[in-house]
Design a protein around this ligand. Sequence first.
Ligand code: ZN
Length: 375
Amino acid sequence: MKKIKSIKLKKRYINILKFIGILLCILLGIFIFYRKEIADLTKYGYSEEASRNILFAFKKDYVLSKGENKTLNAAFESKYFNEKYLDRYARIEYVKQKNLIKNINKLIKIGYSNDDIELILTHGDDSAVTRFTKRDKVKYLDEFFSIDYAKLDNYDRYVKFSDETGEDNDYVVLYVNLNLDKEDYTDSVCVNKFSYDMLINKHRFLSKDFVPDNLEKINSEYSNGNDLKANKVAVNAFIAMAQDASRNGLSLVINSAYRSYSEQERIVDTYKNLYGDDYVNKYVARPGYSEHQTGLSFDIGSKNSNIFSNSKEYQWILNNSYKYGFIHRFPKNAEDITGISNEPWHFRYVGKKIAKIIYENKMTLEEYYVKYLDK
Ligand code: ZN
């Protein structure tokens, strides 16, 4: 009796084990199938999370028909995913922004087309785009945002400045991006980080304690015997330029170079006493707003002529200084952009690469900044 009972018990165990075995096989099968489905999607760059959501939404075939698509991936990762907009997500170029899908949804609702949405997404960062989704549909999207350095946040100022002046859109965007639609010295940006491409003007300043990198004394041979300092790289570039000029029978000299904040303060005071406030406001940079504080600017003269703009040196330097990394900083007919009328003597070191671009495109440093650095 005992034996039969134990055989029965064994049989029951075996049946349970069989059942568990079959169940495990089925689960394993499902798992392998699931992994394969996921792998089909991850192969096209979809994340694990997106792939899972794609499968559960039964959109695998749709997604695979689109191939690799980063916007779709972001959509399926996002909790703001809206199936109604699937085709639109698939057609909008991806940008790396935290609230991308949430913002696309809002822009669709406002009534923007896919092209409009791409223009919006590529002209501001995540927070600028988010701000833009909070306003009504704007009228002149193409007019300004077909310009690649236009900024969403400046839209109202573009419209206003354009209305006021009738200038063409390129100029409007350039002008507003430089804050030139604001009064000089108001809402200015503090720069304070030394770099060879730094931009200082009446809207961008250096603090009192800003000192350029690698200041060094300029050999008196090149400074008319004056005690002048400037950035070492800029000084060496000047010396190379002056030596080549001298092979052409020309003689270049530096009349002014680095000026500290407090030196500029003294200059302002001196001129105020001599000529009054109006003169100073018009012709003398306020402390912090002088490019000479960067240690990268030189007022250049000729040993052969008192009026630099009449000298052979001036003609030579205009056409050759870019080869050494210098630009003519305040050219004629650019006062509206630079804020400073023609200064034939003032040259600025920016490095050879940038100097060549500025020279060849007849730009100002302001335009270079807007078009290349501030995007
Ligand atoms: Zn100067």
